[in-house]
Design a protein around this ligand. Sequence first.
Ligand code: ATP
Ligand code: PRP
Ligand code: MG
Length: 224
Amino acid sequence: MSTFSNPANSQLILALSKGRIFDDTMPLLASAGITVTENPETSRKLILATNDPNVRVIIVRASDVPTYVQYGAADFGVAGKDVLLEHGGEGLYQPIDLNIAKCRMSVAVNAGFDYDKAVRQGARLRVATKFVQTAREHFAAKGVHVDLIKLYGSMELAPLVGLSDAIVDVVSTGSTLRANNLVEVEEIMDISSRLVVNQAALKLKRKRLQPILDAFERASRLNN
Ligand code: ATP
Ligand code: PRP
Ligand code: MG
């Protein structure tokens, strides 16, 4: 067999999104001896080289990372728990919580809205969110009837302009909620980002992947 067609010798592709995931993954990669040699913030390139000719990084939208890894277009990637819950995790091995991009998923409402009373009275709530699966499960478990309105960003705007009674979104410092006169009324879960690995790549490229996974595992413990 030629070395070219042997998957054990082929390239590794890591899927990352620009911004906090890329930034927080760089120290983990460095711990595996890998440095990305191009800056995604200044380059328009979507395939970035590293100091290792066998490792490349692809830049995709945060919510597309699981899809690239699921179909094997990337061998591994980094994605938030929020994104993974929406995707469902099919075809993905999720070995490591990297303890990066930490935040929480919460319910928030206009400062004047009595959420607890609305829930007690069994009101039907309009909830705007990017995270419809998580929101659906959360309200179903509480026995609260909701109409979910799917948004793709700027969720905090929805209650301000009467699109919804509540939002489900990620919160970190709380400054976006405060700036928009919203209050957090319920925490749904803690969120951090995970390493996800294509299940076939894990078997076929284990020799190449394992040292990187081990380095990520060790380095991510320092983020705890
Ligand atoms: P897109 O720009 O494609 O809509 P996004 O807004 O989800 O994607 P990021 O903001 O980079 O992309 O978020 C990536 C991940 O980081 C999220 O899936 C979530 O797990 C986490 N995250 C989001 N917002 C914060 C925050 N304010 N602080 C910490 N972690 C966050
Ligand atoms: C995220 C999220 C919230 C905000 C919460 O937005 O969608 O709006 O962070 O963080 P805070 O509690 O510290 O204010 P992000 O910064 O990712 O901007 P985006 O709208 O481009 O996703
Ligand atoms: Mg964001």
